[in-house]
Design a protein around this ligand. Structure first.
Ligand code: HEM
Length: 154
């Protein structure tokens, strides 16, 4: 569709800029995941520290990460819509990206529930473990990143 416009090139430019926006959003998301990794994994797992972690992480998720992840999803779906039907490698990339996003939304839900359970020591410890466990989805995000970058570099 847009990429086949050979006369004006307008649609192609539009697609290119959406690609750039998608890439920039992905990079911001990556940065936020790194910040959260430090917040979650650094420091002792004492109740006091877990309470602090629960507050900081929910702040980062609510203010920055959720809007960014939804924007990655929105731009990704639009790009996929434009080049539909997807070739096999792109199908793998989109699936990996969707798994990473789903895991992130699940993680955000846990983070908010944990934020409101900070007074319960056992629940706090249990939910903190579950939050850390969702990092298992990071390789899927890296896989989407790798395929996306590989494609964009030709
Ligand atoms: C972890 C999440 C994701 C990462 C790390 C990621 C990464 C990337 C990268 C690096 C590119 C290349 C950008 C460029 O050429 O400048 C790209 C392109 C693209 N992404 Fe994603 N993406 C993610 C999620 C998604 C999702 C969820 C979808 C669809 C539902 C999607 C669909 C696309 C499409 C269709 C393209 C353009 C392919 C093309 O026209 O060559 N992405 N992505």
């Amino acid at each position: 569709m847009p990429a086949t416009d050979g006369n004006t090139g307008t649609e192609v430019k539009e697609t290119m800029s959406l690609l750039k926006i998608h890439l920039i959003l992905v990079c911001i998301w990556l940065g936020l995941v790194l910040v959260e990794t430090v917040i979650e994994f650094a420091g002792p797992h004492s109740n006091e520290n877990l309470q602090r972690v629960a507050r900081y992480h929910s702040l980062v998720d609510g203010l920055f990460e959720l809007p960014i992840v939804l924007a990655v999803l929105g731009t990704g779906v639009t790009l996929a819509w434009r080049i539909w039907p997807l070739e096999n490698l792109m199908l793998v990339k989109v699936t990996a990206g969707l798994i990473a996003i789903a895991a992130n939304l699940y993680c955000a839900t846990l983070v908010f529930v944990r934020r409101w359970s900070v007074s319960n020591e056992q629940t706090l410890a249990r939910l903190s473990w579950h939050v850390r466990f969702t990092w298992i989805a990071v390789p899927f995000g890296l896989c989407a990143l790798w395929i996306g970058l590989r494609r964009s570099m030709g």
